[in-house]
Design a protein around this ligand. Structure first.
Ligand code: NAI
Length: 452
């Protein structure tokens, strides 16, 4: 059977591409090895947000007295939290299945492999069938990077070490958790488990948490997480694991953490193996399947979107990349702009950013003006965040006052940052943003306030 496009992988990039192509009348085959929704829906974005929302409710219930609300015997039932997470995942996965069906997409559950390319198109093997696709979109995502740390394999075999996948399904809360890697996954999981009462330690190789997060915001988050009971070992490299003991070394010497569970969250790697990419001569580097800004690979008709190209590793980037790829194969003019991709860490408080930070702007030699504003400028923030210390940092191009970036800490940063992304992405200047009317009272009003 011949299709206009065969999509390999049913995560955010794959299912969005399939829907988009189906909507435009293309014949689409989607090949998925595990479950529709990919990492995002099954073992990433959505399950973690479900857990974190339960943690937030627990936190609110325990500390409600500051708001005039008291409750007794407040408990977090981890089993019930995981059961609800499973229900949410199931609902959303079936929603994706219904949507792609509605768009006329055929789904095959198998591992897809590209066998060859001819004048007809790409021959793709899935199960025992071979399908022909005039175009192929690779959207196979990424998997957890497992470093060659002595003792780590044994810890995985013993069920002590886990990745983002297994940690979401722990039947019971461990007494203690050591997180290796203080990036996005590590911090979100540390936030949930610490709130749930688990003794959490984070061992991070760099001198700060949160990767590219603005340093001042990363330090503020670290302080708040420490107050929630999380211990951080920064500038610390893990040297070995032995029966749940994580050994590390830093400039100060050596250290160790004993933990019932160890989460390995030191980054992710593109899933490029076993796809037959070598059969058609596609260029693959350590980062992933190489694409240009139109999601084209070096092979005509072969596209890649989402984590597999190693560019951004975020579901929302994947959605947009998928649309770009399909638009391009429909002959429309479209390309990816990576300059205003927002990023969020859903800790409590949340942090979010888009565009340049103070550090990245300075590293690029840009002449910038930095403005820092407390979220307490927002009446809504004060009303809803007793004692909240949230703040936002704005990076402007000095002469034009064009907004280059925004970073913020405080709730609900995740729901506000898209506004900043629109301003940064549209290259807007402060005086233009001043003319945008924001609803009052909202925490987002700080974006406008900072423009004066
Ligand atoms: P990450 O790249 O965010 O963080 C990994 C951290 O591990 C870094 O801080 C790094 O310095 C540290 N590290 C590396 N090797 C180490 C070692 N041997 N010992 C100690 N520390 C070490 O990767 P993470 O957290 O695994 O997330 C993977 C991807 O998933 C990210 O690209 C992220 O953007 C995405 N993601 C996004 C979410 C969101 O948007 N909220 C949620 C979860 C994941």
């Amino acid at each position: 059977m011949t299709y206009d496009v065969i999509v390999l992988g049913g995560g955010p990039a794959g299912y969005r591409a399939a829907e988009h192509a189906g909507r435009h009348g293309l014949g689409v085959l989607l090949i998925e090895e595990r479950s529709l929704g990919g990492v995002c829906l099954n073992e990433g974005c959505i399950p973690t947000k479900t857990l974190l929302y339960s943690a937030k409710m627990y936190e609110h219930a325990r500390h409600g007295s500051a708001y005039g609300v008291t409750a007794e015997n407040v408990k977090l039932d981890h089993g019930a939290v995981v059961a609800r997470k499973n229900k949410v995942v199931k609902t959303l996965v079936s929603g994706v299945a219904a949507s792609i069906k509605q768009h006329g997409v055929t789904v095959v559950y198998a591992k897809g492999q590209i066998l060859s390319k001819s004048a007809e198109g790409f021959a793709v093997l899935a199960g025992s069938e071979t399908y022909i696709g005039k175009n192929v979109l690779v959207a196979t995502g990424s998997k957890a990077l497992i470093p060659p740390i002595p003792g780590l394999k044994e810890a995985f075999d013993a069920g002590i070490a886990v990745t983002n996948r297994e940690i979401l399904d722990l039947a019971e809360l461990p007494a203690s958790l050591c997180v290796i890697g203080g990036g996005v996954i590590g911090l979100e999981m540390a936030s949930y488990f610490a709130t749930a009462g688990v003794k959490v330690s984070v061992v991070e190789m760099l001198d700060k948490i949160g990767g590219y997060t603005d340093s001042e915001i990363a330090a503020a988050l670290q302080k708040q997480m420490e107050q929630q009971g999380v211990t951080f070992h920064l500038g610390s490299k893990v040297t070995k694991l032995e029966n749940g003991t994580v050994y590390f070394e830093s400039a100060q010497g050596t250290g160790q953490v004993d933990a019932e569970k160890v989460l390995v969250s030191i980054g992710r790697r593109a899933n490029t193996e076993g796809l037959g990419l070598e059969n058609v001569g596609a260029v693959v580097t350590k980062q992933g399947l190489v694409t240009d800004e139109q999601m084209k690979t070096s092979v005509p008709g072969l596209f890649a979107a989402g984590d597999v190209n190693g560019k951004s590793l975020l579901a929302h980037t994947a959605y947009r990349e998928a649309e770009v790829a399909v638009n391009v194969l429909l002959g429309k003019k479209d390309w990816m702009d990576y300059s205003a991709v927002p990023s969020v860490i859903y800790t409590n408080p949340e942090i979010a950013s888009v565009g340049e930070t103070e550090e990245t702007a300075k590293a690029k030699g840009l002449t910038v003006e930095i403005k820092k504003l407390s979220l307490r400028y927002s009446g809504r923030y004060v009303a809803e965040n007793e004692g909240g210390q949230g703040f936002a940092k704005f990076v402007f191009e000095k002469n034009t006052r064009r907004l280059l970036g925004v970073s913020m800490i405080g709730n609900p940063a995740s729901e506000i940052i898209f506004g900043a992304a629109a301003f940064v992405g549209r290259r807007m200047r402060a005086e233009e943003i001043q003319k945008v009317i924001f609803p009052h009272p909202t925490v987002g009003e700080v974006l406008r306030e900072a423009m004066f």
